[in-house]
Ligand binder design. Sequence first.
Ligand SMILES: O=c1nc[nH]c2c1ncn2[C@H]1C[C@H](O)[C@@H](COP(=O)(O)OP(=O)(O)OP(=O)(O)O)O1
Ligand SMILES: [Mg+2]
Length: 204
Amino acid sequence: MKLVLATKNEGKIKEMTELLAGQDIEILSLADFPEIEEIVEDGETFRENAIIKATEVCMQTGLPTLADDSGLEVDCLEGLPGVYSARFAGEERDNSANKKKLLELLEGVPAEERTARFKCIIAVADTDCFVYISEGTCEGLITSEERGDGGFGYDPLFYLPEYDKTFAELDLETKNKISHRGKALAGVLDILSDLKKMMEEEEE
Ligand SMILES: O=c1nc[nH]c2c1ncn2[C@H]1C[C@H](O)[C@@H](COP(=O)(O)OP(=O)(O)OP(=O)(O)O)O1
Ligand SMILES: [Mg+2]
């Protein structure tokens, strides 16, 4: 079965490809469909945006599609950047500027008040564009400076006390085991396996 990952984010593609390894699924991404235009993520929640991305790409490709909408919620910022994580510092969606803005907003906030969580909502659209949803959360703390050079996005600022490491200091396998994305993806594996069976039966 072919599955389109409805994302342009190389970091997500890498993590999800690893999480789906061994499922005998042929993974495509938006890089394989250059004709698909920029999708406007104007939902008010991760859930809405995940559904927008999954259904839009499913309709345009006619293939089963998986979309991930995710972001970082910081408690002392009342949940910001949240659904605005990608464009926190502006529409250019500049990662460095996003991280800088977050650190500036948290200047002077003591470690114990820097609690935060990553959230990920995954939407899987089948060939009828019927949508299944799964969620994952990962709790951590925001550091006061960047640590590590792995991962993507806010990873160098997201610290896991149990590991004494940021997401950017963990290897891909460990991040996938504990991350919001790893947990959300685990919740759709059964759906994907059912979908695969269905598609194979249809072909016979
Ligand atoms: O594990 C993560 N490690 C670090 N940062 C992360 C992670 N997960 C989400 N994030 C950040 C990146 C981006 O600022 C926002 C997601 O925004 P989001 O719209 O879902 O993704 P995106 O625009 O990068 O790619 P796309 O929409 O094509 O899937 O949260
Ligand atoms: Mg996006």
